[in-house]
Design a protein around this ligand. Structure first.
Ligand code: ADP
Ligand code: MG
Ligand code: MG
Length: 248
């Protein structure tokens, strides 16, 4: 059982305050959705939790199983069991998908996986996500389509088996087929592993495939409403206008 606990988190970029007191608790076995309009600070939350140097924590805390995540290096956070899939994943020229994934597993476990075991897991993961075998030899994220980037993220999930996974806009840029494959991957993962999932999204459509236990609405850098899956349906019908007006 793991818990990610965010307490009264305030985050600035430069001298601009973007997160204005975020409280959120995600435990293993739970799926939370953070929904909100563009510019409400959803990605800033993901970057701050990930330890991106551009995002300054001005107050508040983030704990993973009671340990202070914010004092950990990015690698230490991964070793502690945190996984973050970024809205705009970086290209890693000259490093194949296969080598990238093996290095990531090595970093998280503290030792390299046996080659044969890794090859077997990689193949099983790729098969489950309908990824072409040749994909493993491509340079990481270089020239990937939207669908390939997101499949690659879910492949990382499958192989790294984190305690808490934060997925930022995993649904953006996906056509219906890719959305289904990616959603099935998330569902397979969360049914098998005892993992907490924080799904960040602007759109409600992924939530038709991946049903969240909790929905948090973000506006103006804070959580402005919380509820169950029915809240996503309300947002689909009514949009974010009521929240953006109230937080302006
Ligand atoms: P969302 O993911 O909800 O669309 P973001 O977290 O990307 O929102 O952005 C929230 C606000 O913070 C926006 O006004 C955005 O311009 C600003 N912001 C985020 N990251 C940066 C950055 N690296 N530099 C400058 N401004 C940023
Ligand atoms: Mg506050
Ligand atoms: Mg974003």
């Amino acid at each position: 059982m793991s818990t990610l606990e965010i307490r009264d988190l305030h985050v600035s970029v430069g001298d601009k305050e973007i997160l204005r007191g975020v409280d959120l608790k995600v435990s293993s076995g739970e799926t939370h959705a953070i929904m909100g309009p563009n510019g409400s600070g959803k990605s800033t939350l993901a970057y701050a939790v990930a330890g991106h140097p551009k995002y300054t924590i001005t107050s508040g805390s983030v704990l993973l199983d009671g340990e202070d995540l914010l004092s950990m290096s990015v690698d230490e956070r991964a070793r502690a069991g945190l996984f973050l899939a970024m809205q705009y994943p970086v290209e890693v020229p000259g490093v194949s998908v296969s080598n990238f994934l093996r290095s990531a597993i090595t970093a998280v476990r503290g030792e390299a996986p046996k080659l044969r075991e890794f090859a077997k897991d990689l193949k099983a993961g790729m098969d489950a996500l309908s990824i072409d075998p040749a994909f493993a030899q491509r340079n990481t994220n270089e020239g990937f389509s939207g669908g390939e980037k997101k499949r690659h993220e879910i492949l990382q999930l499958e192989l790294l088996k984190p305690k808490i996974a934060v997925l930022d806009e995993t649904d953006s840029g996906l056509d219906v087929d890719a959305l289904r494959v990616v959603s099935e991957g998330i569902n397979r993962f969360r049914s098998r592993e005892d993992t907490g999932v924080l799904l960040i999204t602007h759109y409600t459509r992924i939530l038709r495939y991946v049903t969240p236990d909790f929905v948090h609405v973000f506006a103006g850098g804070r959580v402005v409403e919380e509820g169950g899956p029915e809240l996503a349906e309300k947002l689909e019908a009514e949009g974010y206008e009521a929240y953006t007006k109230a937080s302006a």
